[in-house]
Write a protein that binds this ligand. Sequence first.
Ligand code: NAD
Length: 487
Amino acid sequence: MTAVPEISDVKHLIGGDWRSASDGATFETRDPHDDSLLGTVARGTAADGTEAITAARKAFDEGPWPRMSPKERAKILHAVADKVDSHREELAHLETRDGGKSINQSLHAEIPRVAHNLRFFADYVSMAANEAYPDGELLSYVLYPPAGVVSAISPWNAPLMLATWKIAPALAFGNTAVLKPSPQTPLTANRFAELALEAGLPEGVLNVVHGFGGEAVAGPLTSDPRVDRITFTGSSATGVKILQAAAVNHTPVSAEMGGKSANIVFADADLDIAVPKSIRAIFGGNGQVCLSGSRLLVQNSIMDEFLERFTEEARTLTVGDPKDPANFVGPLIEQKHLEKVHGYVELAQEEGGKILTGGSRLTDDARANGFYYPPTVITGLTNDSRTAREEIFGPVETVLGFDTEDEALRIANDSPYGLAGMLFTENLNRAHRMAAQWKAGTVWINTFFERDLRLPFGGEGSSGLGREGGQYSREFFTEPRAVTIRL
Ligand code: NAD
């Protein structure tokens, strides 16, 4: 393991200055592995949120950033990505300590994806196709000026990866931004902002405020009329509050919210692929992944064989200190969340479910102070149980059986959510048929979690509003303008 960076005092970044909360208040961020204190964080007030918007507004109205050419902005965003790459170990360890994500995932997936987010959107702005319509004496074309000030509100489960999924396109298209990371995982956003300033990002282009939602620091981010776009990732319940606040100023919102995705395994699937991918789809990221395949639908003719292999693999996953690369599953984010996850396992039993493995908190010496919950597999429920309908957001798999393709699709689509779907089959006609009818923003066939940033990303129903990625991010972070000229 590499040396862990010191962290103590996490402040806001407003207009290039590092500041405490206006009333001096702080909150703690703790390590979910052993509940030790990692740092104290500025507990942002509404006044702090308003000041951050003022700084972003000034940088947009008067500063160089929106006036630079896309190539000039791209040069700086590439320099920020280079900084992320050269501080990959440090950022990965911060992320793992703050959120409990396995170090392998932080080091080899999430922090590299942060750099990729920046590089992809830096280049996309110049490379994206544009429209021009010559029509006799008329020539029409489209301009994509930046929208203005962007509020970016992000969750704790993939902190810097999701923050930069918002910040990278917002800045690349010439906007300025105020980022509010989750109070559970504030550390990497600050280190990232420091690196961005070092790489040449002008002051005020990226502002970071810490704290909570509602009337606190996040209030102005959703209700100040000087905000032009709100991009939010988090729970569906919070999403509703943000949409309500944004409606007052008719501020456009992109909302990426919760999920309860179906992972369907047909009898003709290659189980050497389907079993490990299904394991990764629910237990990767400690089960705290919006895209999780948390409803596992298995064709009844292979149920016994599949369940034996799946449960055996779940049982042997290593659960422990996420800083140790030997461990696959780390702790849940906090005590309250652990209680919520375990509450669902108790509910599942009340609903008639049978636990095949897992089902109670791990409290041996090495894990007693952390929020460790084992991979848990539940059978015997139907799709109308609360366990199968509500987002648990932990390492808990609900296994349901089906006989026919129609039945599988009906169960998959019978959910308030519509974020993702996974399908394992060797019958590609069936795969295409089902993908066309699936209520989900993303469908993965014989794979999971592959992301091409040109594709639309988002969900239906309670899973979200709008799409981001490639041209979809351009639609959201700009004000497309039609220009028609008589020649
Ligand atoms: P959350 O909704 O509790 O918090 C998300 C962010 O919103 C935090 O920064 C929080 O402080 C802020 N917030 C809370 N109340 C607010 C308010 N009233 N106004 C403005 N901001 C407010 O979500 P979480 O627990 O941090 O994250 C887990 C959830 O996120 C899960 O439901 C998960 O499925 C979802 N998620 C979705 C995606 C996706 O891409 N669809 C990705 C990751 C996580």
